[in-house]
Design a protein around this ligand. Structure first.
Ligand code: XMP
Length: 514
């Protein structure tokens, strides 16, 4: 555990977890806690201050989340963001009103004075607003720190109490100096020091696994080839050594060289007990000729579960099953005030493991964001190209091969994909795209090679930039790179005579083609 922290109380805003990320990026440990978390739960994190997040409610609404009764008298500094600021105002005797129109989007604010909260930021600055209600009269003891014509109290503060509020969102990138404002709250107001690093998660997660599993417990972990399951396995291995067994199922739908790398890294380099199951035949015979994407997914999911269960039985009496659940999933499935109607994800798991398995879960990544999992991977000496590997769907190449599955078509796709990845890396652009891959289309077309006519397959190249995979833009890869990839694919991959580049964003397209 970090020596101190600045937790965020969650009032339901979509960007609440972003505040936590920003505070951690600034070197101070933070967690997102429900707004009604008991005082002891907050105090257990040794807080030097708290942040009250935004939220969709209006303070006057029935059932709107309230100011925790213990907080005003706690002596802790606080920063209220948007709803958090309105709540501060409302709870301490100010007036909050609902004006005719909402303020949403970019705005300019002007500072009323030079204040420690705004050190290093200009007098006039662009911010991102997103609020319905606004403060009409400040509570006693507070003064205005910033304003604009439509928001007379864009920031407020009470230095005696060390409570501050901002009506805008400092955690989003559109607030140009938001990071500086959060930094000032941490270091000028809370007097925190920047001593927390993502690498600390490793030691802490190792400790938590030991506590959970005890001196005897055995754990099974399914490796997928992705970064999450690999980091989860390495943390558990550090905690309990050979009492961890990993299962890796080669389903024949992986990228070129991937299966060999998983086995070599885990077994030979890390000495992690690993059962490698060669299930290529089993999957391929079940998938042969299947063209419908949802049927492919269903077959692959069911096969995986059956094989995993069979192997797990062979590993004796393991009581624990490892899962690579990340912090955003934990937040989504436990937040009390997420707006009803928004689809709430349930914890997903790396390999589509059976929900009814009579095993207890070990989730070593449950406090980490994805970038922190990568930092933990580097700390644990996971090879760099594994740490930075693009996400890969569970059904693998089967959903990147449009039309019927066959061994030959998989080989064609695997080779084309490997060339694309090799050239993308050589151009130094692999990490500039968040996902890139080849797709084999069920389209044959006429070509000419040498003196002969060809009638052969088409490969589509897909590369996207995205922050969260919910929306994405097609990557503007250089023409020279595309030309090189295209040339190599038609020359080196038999049966392909045409390469196209996918120019669709998501929405309306999706990242994968199936
Ligand atoms: P789409 O295609 O929906 O993909 O834009 C968004 C992200 O999800 C991944 N994806 C999957 N992952 N099983 C998975 O484990 C699936 O069936 C699946 N389908 C899509 C996709 O690779 C992208 O990162």
């Amino acid at each position: 555990m970090s020596a101190h922290s600045v937790p965020v109380l969650d009032f339901g805003s979509q960007t609440a977890q972003l505040i936590v990320r920003r505070l951690r990026e600034l070197g101070v440990y933070s967690e997102l806690l429900p707004h009604d978390a008991p005082e002891e739960q907050v105090r257990a994190l040794n807080p030097l201050g708290v942040v009250l997040s935004g939220g969709a409610a209006s303070v006057y609404e029935e059932g709107a989340p309230q100011m925790p009764a213990w907080l005003p008298g706690s002596g802790l500094p606080a920063l209220g963001i948007c709803y958090g600021m309105q709540l501060m105002s409302y709870a301490l005797g100010g007036v909050v009103l609902r004006p005719e129109s909402r303020e949403y989007g970019p705005a300019e604010i002007a500072l009323g004075e030079r204040h420690p909260l705004f050190v290093g930021t200009p007098d006039d600055q662009p911010v991102w607003m997103s609020h319905g209600d606004r403060i009409e009269a400040l509570p006693p003891g507070f003064r205005s720190l910033a304003a604009n014509p439509s928001t007379p109290f864009a920031a407020m503060g009470d230095d005696a109490r060390r409570w501050y509020g901002v009506q805008f969102h400092p955690e989003v990138v559109h607030t140009a100096h938001g990071r500086a404002i959060l930094r000032n709250f941490l270091f000028e107001i809370c007097r925190a020091s920047a001593e927390w690093r993502p690498a600390e998660f490793v030691a802490e997660a190792v400790e938590r696994v030991r506590e959970r599993v005890g001196a005897e417990g055995r754990v099974i972990c399914a490796l997928s080839g992705g970064v999450d399951s690999a980091v989860a396995a390495l943390i558990i291995h550090r905690a309990i050594g050979d009492r961890l067994s990993c299962v890796f199922v080669d389903n024949g739908l992986l990228r070129l060289g991937e299966a060999e790398q998983v086995v070599a890294t885990f077994r030979e380099h890390f000495h992690v007990p690993l059962v490698a199951v060669d299930a290529r035949e089993e999957f391929l015979s079940a998938l042969e000729g299947v063209a419908d994407p949802e049927r492919k997914r269903k077959i692959i999911g069911e096969k995986f579960i059956r094989i995993f269960e069979r192997e797990a039985r062979g590993l004796g009496d393991a009581k624990y099953l490892a899962q690579g659940t990340l912090y955003p999933d934990v937040i989504e499935s436990s937040a009390p005030d997420r707006k009803k109607g928004v689809t709430i994800k349930t914890h997903h798991n790396v390999g589509g493991l059976p929900a009814d398995m009579q095993m207890q879960l070990v989730e070593p990544l449950r406090y980490m964001f994805k970038d922190e999992v990568r930092a933990a991977g580097l700390e644990l000496s996971l090879p760099e190209d594994w740490v930075w590997r693009h996400p890969f769907p569970g059904p693998g190449l089967a959903v990147r091969l449009i039309g019927p599955v066959s061994f030959e078509r998989l080989e064609t796709l695997r080779r084309a994909d490997a060339i694309f990845m090799e050239e993308l890396r050589a151009a130094g652009l692999y990490r500039a795209t968040q996902q890139a891959f080849a797709v084999l289309l069920p389209v044959q077309s006429v070509g000419v090679m040498g003196d002969g006519r060809t009638y052969a397959d088409t490969i589509a190249l897909r590369a996207v930039t995205t922050e969260d995979y919910m929306t994405a833009d097609w990557a503007r890869l250089p023409y020279e790179l595309l030309a090189k990839v295209s040339g190599r694919i038609v020359n080196e991959v038999p049966g392909v005579n045409r390469v196209v580049y996918d120019l669709s964003s998501k929405p309306p397209a999706t990242i994968e083609w199936e």
